[in-house]
Design a protein around this ligand. Sequence first.
Ligand SMILES: *Cc1c(COP(=O)(O)O)cnc(C)c1O
Length: 442
Amino acid sequence: MMGLATDGGLLLPERVPALSAETLDAWRGLSYRDLAFRIISLFADDIPADDLKRLIDRSYDSFEHGEITPVLREDGVYILELFHGPTLAFKDVALQLLGNLFEYLLEERDEKMNIVGATSGDTGSAAIYGVRGKDRINIFIMHPHGKTSPIQALQMTTVTDPNVFNIAVEGTFDDCQNIVKTLFNDLPFKERHALGAVNSINWARVLAQVVYYFYAWFRVADAGAGKISFAVPTGNFGDIFAGYVAKRMGLPIEKLILATNENNILTRFINDGDYSLGTVVSTVSPSMDIQLASNFERYLYYLFDENPVRVRDAFAGLSTKGKIDFTDTEMARVHAEFASRSVDQEETLATIAAFRTETGYLLDPHTAVGVRAGQELASPGAEVVCLATAHPAKFGDAVEKATGITPPLPPALQGIDQLPSRCTVLPADQAAIRQFIEEHAR
Ligand SMILES: *Cc1c(COP(=O)(O)O)cnc(C)c1O
């Protein structure tokens, strides 16, 4: 629940448990919920089993699909659909559970929390749906007024539970993020209002995502595959890091294929050892428009043989020299575990169109980035599971541009523009936002 560690670094479990081949075999036939219970239990020793089961069940009851994350075979690849949660993007898999875990722990400690965050789209709505109607938690989510897609704004502002406060800031996403930082850096304010965060550095989010790598691996192995790789559309390195954890636990993943859009720092790192920051450009896969991937720090800890001093030095070097240097041995290890490709806007749209022609299946632009990288980087004899991170209707403009087809809105979104909504428009001024939070904090 603490977000960052006290020294400013990220938290990791003391040990990543190693699973035996017998355990993997025994888990093969488990349902998604049972698998989630087994995996999360290995890391959470402070929640009684019955309570944890109940929290997991409740979290995934909100999913539209009985399998939670079904796996389909289309055009020579497997598609792992992660978008059957309430906001139609994979972030629900983690944030539905996180909301329930927070509520449970706050109840136990008799505490309250005020979650404050900024969003340019997907994270905000998934976070709001994760905690709507919860006791002990209020949530304040800022988005840049008029600058998110209309659907994304509606997904947030039509949640009218009394504990949800949408703030449309008259400014940019960076303005929103800077205000959040200012508020969290004001320690007396942070403590007085028990400020909490739900951003992707939260370890419990990563942990929840480990589950679907196991689930999908078992489905594809059941279908007779020997070697199995995963292609992951990547922004903050959270989703693919969950795959790395699954691999460390002993799930035989052939390669983790890291797919980026034009914001390709991670591709440059994997292919050339070049980890130097560029500037963020806007693309048709906006949830991946990121340069500094926060969860990358966690991977470096393992790449550097669990030596925290080397991690700290690397990040000190990043802020002074603007880059991190790697040894040949480290890069050899990276190449054994990852492959990567950057897929530009034109290729993304072409992939959506070609996939539609071949199979009739509509890819969202983020998923298309992963599919393209997966198709091109598959190792000989290996099957590729492509993570489908969003429903195509969520990014309908790009899909329409690529195919001429407007993806039909799923039932959850139909008529959303007719629903009552609640949102407060405020200037991009931290004093105004601070005052608003002060007035509405739990
Ligand atoms: C957040 C997001 C991503 C990127 O995931 P990371 O964990 O940040 O790497 C990809 N696709 C969609 C649709 C997203 O919402």
